[in-house]
Design a protein around this ligand. Structure first.
Ligand code: AKG
Ligand code: FE2
Length: 316
């Protein structure tokens, strides 16, 4: 694959490109252009720093041609490059690391949220591509509305969800109920996950073992103020469809954490912005510990939205 220097616009991932062609022909939006530039917008910055902790990237190895394909000096090349190999430990013991690309974190850090580590890129995927992905995800068979127990009564959640993991046996509770977890990721989610975990994007050290989808039929469907479990070390949300408001609010400090000098509580911190169609949001670090988030009701919104939340679920 030819490498374009000074640019972080990756070559089109082959499968993603084929997929768009096929869907254009199917009439879902009719976009038949296959140029990467019209679909994705991963340009994060001018330079790619070296990988943190000296980790070797399995993605970087793919195109390096170093896996046995190099011939000895002056020697004849006897066999074609073998298929790429991966470090043997990767399939069983995956290392999870947060997003650390300096070009990304500097450029997309959300200001004004002390004690949180949040990044937002408004135009991660072209709006047309985001709509195509929304359509494809809507046809998944795994959507369901969990039943929740509220004051002893069973009610059905209005928001549809679908959950997937990379490994069998990953269990999760959702409002006290076991989540119906499927594995592996469906092809589209696997493709997007690989795009995110690439050196052209968030970095090959940023990997995911769980994805939770949320479907908001319209603005009457919402998600109340909450924090996700601390096991969610990194959550990367791709928003598809209707733009929706997003509110983050600092949790009230415990009384013991009040300023001793003034006995004042820490000032309220609340921030609201819109998660656009095709946008990318990253939450990591102490964000869940210190902040709640929510998507409020907005009755003026008439279109559906799907959020894909790629997660690093790590139980310590
Ligand atoms: O839909 C979203 O963007 C947020 C979903 C969310 O907060 C969650 O699934 O925990
Ligand atoms: Fe959440």
């Amino acid at each position: 694959m030819p490498k374009i220097k000074q640019s972080f616009e990756p070559s089109p991932p082959l499968r993603a490109e084929k997929r768009v062609r096929r869907e254009g022909e199917d009439g879902h939006g009719g976009a038949t252009t296959t140029s990467q530039q019209t679909l994705f917008n991963f340009r994060f910055g001018p330079s790619r720093p070296s990988k943190p902790n000296g980790l070797e990237s399995s993605f970087a190895q793919k195109g390096s041609g170093k896996n046995g394909g190099d011939s000895p000096a002056g020697g004849e090349r006897l066999s074609p490059d073998p298929p790429p190999t991966f470090p043997p430990c990767r399939s069983t013991a995956i290392t999870f690391l947060p997003v650390s690309r300096q070009d990304f974190v500097k450029r997309y850090a959300v200001q004004g949220l002390p004690g949180a580590e949040v990044y937002y890129k408004k135009d991660f995927v072209r709006p047309k591509q985001a709509k195509l992905w929304l359509k494809e995800l809507e046809s998944l068979q795994e959507w369901y509305r969990p039943k929740l127990k509220v004051y002893g009564r069973e009610i059905q959640q209005s928001r549809q969800i679908a959950a997937f993991s990379t490994e069998d046996g990953l269990q999760l509770k959702y409002s006290g109920h076991p989540v119906i977890m499927h594995h592996p990721f469906p092809p589209l989610l696997q493709e997007i996950s690989e795009i995110l975990s690439s050196d052209d994007c968030l970095g090959s050290e940023v990997r995911f073992n769980h994805v939770m989808l949320n479907r908001y039929q319209d603005g009457s469907i919402y998600i109340g103020k909450h924090s996700d479990n601390l096991e969610n070390k990194v959550i990367v949300t791709l928003s598809l469809g209707a733009p929706r408001s997003w509110i983050m609010e600092r949790k009230r400090p415990q009384s013991s954490q009040k300023s001793v000098a003034t006995n004042d509580e820490a000032p309220k911190v609340k921030k609201r912005w819109t998660l656009e169609n095709g946008s990318l949001l990253v939450m990591q670090g102490d964000t869940q510990r210190n902040y709640t988030h929510e998507i409020p009701k907005e009755l003026k919104v008439k279109e559906p939205r799907i959020s894909i939340t790629f997660r690093q679920l790590v139980f310590e």
